[in-house]
Design a protein around this ligand. Sequence first.
Ligand code: TYM
Length: 340
Amino acid sequence: MTSDYQGPDRVFSGVQPTGALHLGNYLGALKKFVALQSDYECLYCIVDLHAITVWQDPAQLKAQTREIAAAYLAAGVDPDVAIIYPQSAVREHMELAWYFNCVARVGWLNRMTQFKDKAGKNSENMSVGLYDYPVLQAADILLYKATQVPVGEDQKQHLELSRDIAQKFNNDFSVPNFFPLPEPLIKGPGARVMSLRDGLAKMSKSDPSDNSRINLTDSADVIVKKFKKAKTDMGVMPAPGDDLSERPEVDNLIGIYAALSEEPREAVIARFEGQGFGAFKPALADLAVEKLSPVTTLMNRYLADPDEIDRILDRGADRARAIAVPIMDDIRKTIGFLGA
Ligand code: TYM
């Protein structure tokens, strides 16, 4: 938190409706969403405007937006407490993104590694929206003057950009502390879940191999099979204090176990010390099934009633708008628009 910002603490985060959620999304984001909701005012957005920075089939986009809502609910987000809504339902996100386009510098965006990773050698053919993605993300957060942002580690750079934009707006318009400098909440063993096939690549929706990730929609059988196939090495489970820097796959599986069981990594290492992967992998698979199966079952139950999901999202959008509208009025006045 910025030391001089006087506003209330508020939590904001978002997930893109671009396909089935995986264990990384669950441990890096959703579990944190649930943990924070009783202590803070929380907004959990389904960022459909971010999703369309790459082509989305319109019918699929709708279905996937409901799927993310169902995942939030199934993971334990309480819609009577936290605010859940689709980004496009609160138009102010787009308006503020434009103002921030005029605050952010091209050089700042040129440094964004996620754009470079996604675009690869093909950046000339990417949408302008994909390039501008982090500016819209800053608008999401600052539209509500959010002070804390629970995310996985891959979002660290985007959060730094949000802070830079907030700071520059405050300086440019001589309104110190108008926007807070939002803090990323990243810590914890689930902040960086890696691929099951490559301990140096992050678990990702876009990995062509489905065996690289555990999807929230996977059945118990599939989860067991995927952990069985997970890459390890010729060694056995490490002892406390062992250096795992050369054993990224093993390190990742221990991290997943710790995040799911909510134990310190050291406790997991001590329990499995010296055992073979033939013992550890089934234990990990059982734990994952125990924790994820209820979420999957609940998700399907919510998805069976799309009207109820839509009602929840409508109500969330109304509550989000009620926070955003007065802040947006102040922003327009600060910029100096006639009639604001
Ligand atoms: P998205 O949909 O790509 O990811 C959603 C959340 O899941 C986290 N995550 C992971 N955490 C741990 N290990 C992984 N392998 C892993 N993969 C994904 C992401 O860090 C994220 O927290 N840009 C955001 C969406 C967004 C947003 C925002 C987030 C838009 N506006 C404002 C916070 C605040 C994203 O990448 O979503």
